[in-house]
Write a protein that binds this ligand. Structure first.
Ligand code: PNS
Length: 158
């Protein structure tokens, strides 16, 4: 059985993330979405909120599970006996950071590889930060995030 981890902060999940999740779920038998519990960052949404939003939007994809993790990604993957990390690549600007992440992860854990999926061109410009910025100014973000996330963003910026 092929398994992969799609890690991220997901603060909040966007339609770009969801596109990568759906496509990963078609490639791998089982996909774990690893939501980072990063104590040094202060996300807009709590870990619980980010996990719940993801659970809601993937509830119709049977081979996707949502979990949180703390600490090193490769440790999380190793504990689950998973050897593939999935990341989305939007543009050249992502490349340097993603390459650094993938290569350092492989240096530390040579048995774990990173697979990149190129983001659907429709979402190439999209990021959680841009969504939050627009939402903070009251812009309708329904073309960027799932409907349930639109509502949660509204309540954050009331
Ligand atoms: O959605 P993001 O914030 O781009 O995701 C980044 C993530 C979670 C993949 C990355 O920060 C990560 O793997 N963090 C866990 C800590 C870790 O393993 N660091 C090693 C690489 S420096």
């Amino acid at each position: 059985m092929s398994s992969a981890i799609y890690p991220g902060s997901f603060d909040p999940v966007t339609l770009g993330h969801l596109d990568i999740i759906k496509r990963s779920a078609e490639i791998f038998d089982e996909v774990f979405i690893g939501v980072l519990n990063n104590t040094s960052k202060s996300p807009l949404f709590s870990l619980e909120e980010r996990v719940n939003m993801l659970k809601e939007v993937v509830s119709d994809i049977p081979n996707v599970r949502v979990e949180s993790f703390q600490g090193l990604l490769v440790e999380y993957a190793r504990k689950k006996n998973i050897r593939i990390i999935v990341r989305g690549l939007r543009a050249v600007t992502d490349f340097e950071y993603e390459l650094q992440l993938a290569q350092s992860n492989r240096k530390v854990s040579p048995e774990i590889d990173t697979v990149f999926l190129t983001t659907n061109i429709e979402y190439a410009y999209l990021s959680s930060s841009i969504v939050k910025e627009y939402a903070a100014y009251g812009v309708d973000v329904s073309q960027f995030v799932p409907e349930s996330v639109v509502e949660r963003l509204k309540s954050k910026y009331l």
